[in-house]
Design a protein around this ligand. Structure first.
Ligand code: PEP
Ligand code: MG
Length: 883
């Protein structure tokens, strides 16, 4: 029971290892107290995160024993400071700050100068001989307490301040004199009374109780909840509350408050960066009320404090072995450190720091690699919004494919192609996308859809092409007939310019400036180290020779998945593919197959040419029919139009519509896909295998080197399916007179049954590649095309999920199936090669899991390859600490 445990820790009792219990701020302040000495760090205590959790669980009731433990800790703090909280003659004042396990900058609440009241403000004025300072501190306290602890609106408080500034004829708070500050404080207290129906509390202990509670309440506030969702911080962690003796940066011109980074927080360059304000408290620096000065100017303003600060930044960096983000105060010339934490940093700063840290001897290579957030490296591979630019969000959707893009709206793939032909930059806006639209993807700068999620084929095609995509922007109502999109009462027409950020899922009408990606020498170095350290192979999912070239450029070691049904997407041959699928007779299909066969052969030749010396896994056709047959709704509209216009095409259109209805399946994702297609129509796979074999023979003849061929069967559930396919492949190879050709035959493992009988399948296959997109879909029963919208949001909101299972592998569920299949597969065939080619193959957290599951390689879209290389190295280091 929590009431029996220790709820409060003095700073002198904590350390950085106690982060989960004391929160980041509490643990680091305690650590700083140890390493810099108590004279540098104001004393205090931390109320643990467990208290916050208990408070939330008990419906906002403090746990038993808290009051007693806080009062004991306060007693120790008072003894240390030689002053009593809020004493009338010489008051101890404290700050009360939040501090979660992971920092949530600006999301949680803080109260400063606590302990001031009508008596102690006079005492403070006398003892500091600085009346203005005392009243400035008091009015700030009333302001913060009213706002943070009692919900008095920031606007009404600001209005009171503005009124006094106007009456005094000044622009800045610092220019208000004592009388003004007294009057302002009186007004703020009146405002407090008016809004809460109570007098401003004079009892310092009551103030403290309220402030601690407010910190815990802020964990449940809207702002904090939204931030946690975005950054995947679990609600159940709670925040600690830190009570710390105040030091004052607002005691005149020899005092200041500031923030300082041990290196430039944007570029990662070695020179420290930061901001400070003379005669101010920390809140002023971050709130933007006054424009702060650059930290380099502190050298001129307060030389010795500046030098001490620079020394401390280096010392902290050396101690934490990471770039630090600190808060400090100079009180009448003396420097105090209030907090330190690992600096959040954009990708380029992260990479720069890692390389410099190794060159400076601060870190070993493997340690430096672990300081990099692999997910953020995306920003170095795509256009991004210029950081810090302010803009208004029009609407939001799923961040389906990273990067920023701008262009005029077009509503059809054909219009995108036409516009691109005219040299115009466009964004393709569709309710959802289908195979037909892929030519529009190529032509457009970016893609927006109002339906669909990250795992939909539209999203993964976009990612494969490196095209930014925001999917499932549900507030967009798209009227394709009128060529207009509506959102929140606004109408967007064809030709209107929009800008999207596929890394965050935002869409704006503002012309946010974009920044091009940069492959810096530091990034190259990090990739080189990663390759030295990783044990997992990294391949790419690439369908065309063009994708394959990109993949090699990004360092892929082979193709782990060529989706052969995607080869003709967006090309003039797409209709042949459609004709094959729509064929009603063997003859019709035969004709289409023949044409596809020779096209595929040429295609595979080109792919083998680019990928010489590296394995190429070609997956035989796996077209979910809804993605490849014409859209029934649109076709029905065409039929109606043709009917009313007396169009000659009517009969043909009607016939096509009938065929579409025949082929339409209720659950196409569970329908005639993958190997099932070949069980129904073996001629389809025969055509493909023969195209692969012929391409290989021609490549051997022309280039003198055999391609490293891997043929893969999708959607296998039964071992007999593999047997049947092996017979089919052997038959075709024989027929082509290529029995000497080395070709390995493997299967996708993407259905739960395949995992359960992996030993039986392994006896008949040379390799497995886990299709974790479909495995997630079929194991969880979530539709990969639809889950991205409201359902996922609700599941995240209610803490059922921490992340989308289509982004990060569901370790206990789907992950278990992967482990099981890897294990029993290798039991049956120890030399079985194991890979993963679902989208999880590019997700750092999942990559760490695949490392532990013993897979041989991951395969992901070409643009994720560098990220996967770094993540794989991190996974190897984590598995074998010490590198
Ligand atoms: C998968 O299901 O994980 C996979 C790679 O195949 P696709 O995404 O093409 O269904
Ligand atoms: Mg699949």
């Amino acid at each position: 029971m929590i009431s029996k445990s220790k709820l409060v820790y003095d700073f002198s009792e904590g350390s950085r290892e106690m982060r989960d219990l004391l929160g980041g701020k509490g643990a680091n302040v305690a650590e700083m107290t140890r390493i810099l000495g108590p004279e540098r760090v104001p004393a205090g205590f931390t109320i643990t995160t467990e208290v916050c959790v208990a408070y939330m669980e008990a419906d906002r009731q403090e746990p038993e024993g808290l009051e007693e433990q806080v009062s004991e800790a306060l007693g120790r703090l008072e003894a240390h400071a030689g002053r009593e909280l809020g004493h009338a003659r010489d008051p101890l004042l404290v700050s009360v700050r939040s501090g979660a396990r992971e920092s949530m900058p600006g999301m949680l609440d803080t109260v400063l100068n606590l302990g001031l009241n009508h008596e102690s403000v006079e005492g403070l004025a006398k003892i500091t001989k600085n009346e203005r300072f005392a009243w400035d501190s008091f009015r700030r306290f009333v302001q913060m307490f009213a706002n943070v602890c009692r919900g008095v609106s920031g606007e009404s408080i600001e209005a009171a301040i503005e009124r006094h500034k106007a009456e005094a004829g000044v622009e800045l708070d610092t220019e208000l004199d004592v009388d003004r500050l007294r009057a302002l404080t009186g007004d703020l207290e009146a405002l407090y009374r008016q809004k809460t129906g109570e007098d401003f509390p004079q009892d310092p202990y009551e103030q403290l109780r309220h402030a601690i509670r407010a910190v815990f309440d802020s964990w449940l506030g809207e702002r904090a909840v939204a931030y946690r969702r975005m950054n995947r911080i679990p609600d159940r962690w709670g925040t600690a509350a830190n009570v710390q003796q105040m030091v004052f940066g607002n005691k005149g011109d020899s005092s200041c408050s500031g923030v300082a980074f041990s290196r430039d927080e944007v570029t990662g360059e070695p020179e420290p960066s930061g901001d400070f304000l003379v005669n101010a408290q920390g809140e002023d620096v971050v709130s933007g009320v006054r424009t702060p000065r650059d930290i380099s100017e502190l050298r001129g303003a307060m030389p010795s404090a500046h030098q001490e600060l620079m020394d401390i930044l280096r010392a902290l960096e050396g101690h934490y072995r990471d770039m630090q983000d600190t808060e400090f105060t100079v009180e009448e010339g003396s420097l105090f450190m209030l907090q330190t934490r690992s600096a959040q940093r954009p990708a380029q700063a992260g990479v720069r720091f890692a390389v410099d840290a190794v060159n400076e001897g601060l870190l070993e290579k493997h340690e430096a690699l672990l300081t990099i957030d692999a997910d953020r490296l995306d920003a170095l591979l795509h256009d991004t919004f210029v950081p810090g630019t302010e803009f208004t969000i029009l609407t939001e959707g799923v961040a389906a494919s990273p990067g920023a893009a701008r262009g005029q709206i077009v509503f059809t793939a054909d219009d995108a192609v036409t516009a691109a032909g005219e040299g115009r930059q466009v964004v393709l806006v569709r309710p959802f996308t289908e195979a037909e639209d892929v030519k529009g993807f190529k032509a457009a700068q970016g893609i927006v859809t109002s339906r669909g999620g990250k795992a939909s084929h539209a999203a993964l095609v976009a990612r494969g092409m490196g095209k930014p995509c925001v999917a499932g922007a549900g507030a967009l109502e798209i009227d394709l007939n009128a060529k207009v999109a509506r959102v929140d009462g606004q109408e967007l027409h064809e030709g209107d310019v929009i800008t999207l950020d596929g890394s965050t899922g935002t869409i704006t009408l503002d012309e946010v400036p974009l920044e091009e990606p940069q492959m810096t020498p530091e990034f190259e170095t990090v990739l080189k180290w990663s390759d030295e350290m990783r044990t997992l192979g990294v391949r790419a999912n690439a369908d065309t020779a063009e994708d394959a070239t990109k993949a090699r450029e990004f360092g892929a070691e082979g193709i782990g998945l060529c989706r052969s049904e995607h080869i003709f997407l967006g090309t003039k041959h797409q209709s042949t593919m459609q004709a094959m699928i729509m064929a009603e007779t063997d003859e019709e299909r035969g004709a289409a197959l023949q044409e596809l066969g020779s096209l595929q052969k040429e295609h595979f030749k080109a792919l083998f040419g680019v990928m010489q010396g590296q394995p190429v896994t070609i997956r035989l056709l796996d077209p979910p029919l809804h993605e490849f047959i014409p859209n029934a709704e649109e076709l029905a509209q065409q039929v109606q139009r043709a009917r009313s216009e007396g169009n000659n095409d009517l009969a043909e259109l009607e016939h096509t519509l009938d065929r579409v209805h025949e082929l339409t399946e209720t659950n196409p994702m569970l329908g005639t896909r993958g190997v099932r297609l070949a069980v129904l129509h073996p001629d389809v796979y025969e055509m493909q295998v023969s195209a692969i074999v012929r391409a290989a023979l021609e490549v051997i003849e022309e280039l003198g080197e055999a391609p490293m061929l891997e043929v893969m069967i999708p959607l296998v559930a039964y071992e007999q399916e593999v047997e049947l396919m092996r017979e089919l492949v052997d038959r075709v190879v024989d027929r082509e007179g290529a029995s000497d050709l080395e070709l390995s035959l493997g299967t996708m493992i993407e259905l739960p049954r395949a995992c359960f009988v992996a030993d039986l399948i392994a006896q008949r296959a040379d390799f497995f590649s886990f299709g974790t997109n479909d495995l997630t879909q079929t194991a969880l029963g979530f539709s990969r095309d639809d889950v991205g919208g409201e359902m996922l949001a609700r599941y995240l909101d209610q803490d059922i999920l921490e992340r989308s299972p289509f982004e990060t592998i569901d370790k206990p569920g789907v992950g278990w199936l992967v482990r099981l299949a890897a294990w029993v597969g290798r039991e049956a065939k120890p030399e079985l090669k194991l890979g993963i080619c679902g989208e999880h193959g590019g997700d750092p957290e999942s990559i760490a899991f695949f490392q532990l599951a013993g897979l041989d390689y991951v395969s992901c879209s070409p643009y994720r390859v560098p990220i996967a290389r770094v993540a794989a190295a991190q996974a190897a280091v984590a598995e074998t600490p010490g590198g």
